[in-house]
Ligand binder design. Structure first.
Ligand code: ATP
Length: 273
């Protein structure tokens, strides 16, 4: 909703252990954590830290989670806005919001600014979606570029952005000094899926027969968000049956249900099938 456009959570509790798998991405992003923890250590030696990094990957794979984990690991504030909030905004509002956010972030630095769905603002100019709404989106994008260029990295504001459509982004965003780094966040392999299951069964009362290896093997193609969904569904299914532990059959029913949900969603997207 509009009211929660900027959400400055001063205490992010999420850490790298909450974002399971994603080992390569964590390795790449660790440098940013180190910088946020002690900016002087880096700037003293004249090193240049990237201003921003783009997290690229399919929906539900943990991009937001990883960005929050960076803030949590470094114990710095996390400011966020979503590109989709800027769709259909009144003239001038989007640009003003961007300026406002960066003003707040600079005051609270070192910190993270996270822009989810950056493609909604950062689509290449002149390639717009709907006629009319386009100018305002361009204004917003321009103000983002101005803000990114308007401070040096030693201010300690690091901008992370997420997208699943890097191909449509305006090339101006990808220039050196802006989002000049891309970190890819892929769907998890079987090892990653098992790690994600382990994170999400932690709060659940499971019976001894629950085997995360088997669950990982039964969920090819699932993103982290779908695995989280399976775990929650399994707990609800077991509760409905008045069980006091969630067992393997509950997980299997939950997997079927989530697969069913995904199939339905795909049908809605392509009704001719
Ligand atoms: P979108 O592109 O749809 O915004 P995203 O990549 O930002 O998706 P998140 O919002 O980070 O995905 O993930 C949604 C939820 O799925 C998380 O809150 C978490 O519960 C679960 N999840 C996703 N990936 C992981 C992961 N690697 N480890 C643990 N949980 C995960």
């Amino acid at each position: 909703s509009r009211a929660s456009l900027f959400d400055a959570q001063n205490k992010v509790k999420i850490t790298f252990s909450d974002a399971a798998g994603l080992e390569e991405a964590k390795e790449e992003i660790r440098e940013i954590v180190e910088f946020l923890k002690s900016p002087e250590k880096f700037t003293k030696l004249g090193g240049k830290i990237p201003k921003g990094a783009l997290l690229v990957g399919p929906p539900g794979t943990g991009k937001t989670l990883l960005a929050k984990a960076v803030a949590g690991e470094a114990a710095v504030p996390f400011f966020t806005l979503s590109g989709s909030d800027f769709v259909e905004m009144f003239v001038g509002v989007g640009a003003a919001r961007v300026r406002d956010l960066f003003k707040q972030a600079k005051e609270k630095a070192p910190c993270i600014v996270f822009i989810d769905e950056i493609d909604a603002i950062g689509r290449s100019r002149g390639r717009g979606q709907m006629p009319g709404s386009n100018d305002e989106r361009e204004n917003t994008l321009n103000s983002l570029l101005v803000e990114m260029d308007g401070f040096s990295t030693d201010v300690g504001v690091i901008i992370l952005a997420a997208t699943n459509r890097p191909d449509v982004l305006d090339s101006a965003l990808l220039r050196p000094g802006r989002f000049d780094r891309q970190i890819s966040i892929d769907k998890p392999d079987i090892i990653g899926r098992e790690a994600i299951f382990k994170v999400h069964i932690k709060p659940i009362q499971i019976s001894k027969d629950v085997d995360t290896k088997k669950l990982a093997a039964q969920t090819p193609g699932f993103a982290g968000a779908e695995i989280a969904n399976v775990c929650n569904e399994a707990a609800l299914i077991a509760a409905r049956k008045n069980k006091d532990k969630v067992d393997m059959t509950d997980f299997q029913d939950a997997i079927d249900r989530v697969i069913g949900g995904l199939e339905k969603k795909n049908k809605l997207i392509s009704p001719e099938e």
